[in-house]
Design a binder for this molecule. Structure first.
Ligand code: SAM
Length: 226
């Protein structure tokens, strides 16, 4: 998968970066206050992925597109020795994330930074790399999602693991429900990455590494770097 992704990695100009970060701020300026409560009803699979994470003591995990930090906080509570990092394009989301982390008493365990997934650099966090990279419902919002995956692979240490949870191709839903959901998601600039799931299914069978939720609504995937 990594080889085909690197061919189409796009180059972002500063103007494009600012525009996308500004768009994410506008999308989340008000929603971030209701985000965790509302999203639990339709961002499925996140808690299962977090439950299945097996982080060795002092392993590092970066969540790319970490939003309000609900995942990072859950991971920190489940894995008391892991070192955690969060990147997000939206300064507004990060402000909420920082507040939630402080309230959970986890400021010493979780480091946040603003930036684009496509330009992820471990050095921005003072690290040479990460043992784990997580995309949770962010690839479906990242315009150059292939570039983001290339950057994540580059930021992983040898044998590092990539974890993804996101919308599937929705192919198992009744057509009317699928159309309705796609229209609803488009209002929030969310596009299910159907090509990504197809590529994953091209080389991973459903089972341990790939899990599909009913209706192919969402999927979780874990891949170890060579
Ligand atoms: C649907 S939210 C998911 C938040 C969190 N991962 C979760 O599971 O609740 C998507 C997040 O990705 C961020 N995002 C979108 N495009 C991005 C990009 N190009 N680089 C970094 N973050 C991005 C948004 O600002 C938002 O916080």
């Amino acid at each position: 998968m990594a080889a085909s992704m690197s061919m189409s990695a796009a180059h972002f100009t500063d103007k494009m970066s600012d525009e996308h970060a500004g768009l994410m701020d506008r999308v989340y300026r008000h929603q971030r206050h209701l985000y965790d409560f509302t999203r639990k009803y339709y961002l499925f699979g996140r808690d299962g992925l977090i439950r299945d994470l097996r982080l060795a003591p002092s392993e590092r995990l970066i969540e790319i597109g970490c939003g309000t930090a609900r995942n990072l906080i859950a991971i920190a509570q489940a894995q008391p020795k892991a070192r955690l990092f969060g990147l997000d394009a939206s300064a507004a989301m990060l402000e909420t994330a920082e507040r939630h982390i402080r309230r959970a008493g986890l400021s010493h365990r979780i480091t946040l930074a603003q930036g684009l997934a496509e330009q992820l650099s471990p050095a921005a966090f003072g690290q040479e790399g990460f043992e784990n990279a997580l995309f949770s419902y962010s690839l479906s919002m990242i315009p150059d999602w292939r570039g983001a995956l290339v950057a994540a692979h580059a930021a992983l240490m040898p044998q590092g693991r990539l974890h993804i949870v996101d919308f599937g191709d929705l192919a198992g839903l009744p057509p009317a429900a699928r159309r309705l959901l796609e229209a609803w998601l488009a209002r929030f600039h969310v596009t299910p990455r159907t090509e990504l799931l197809a590529e994953i299914e091209g080389h991973a069978r459903e089972g341990d590494r790939l899990r599909l939720l009913p209706g192919r609504y969402a999927f979780t995937f874990c891949e170890q770097q060579m």
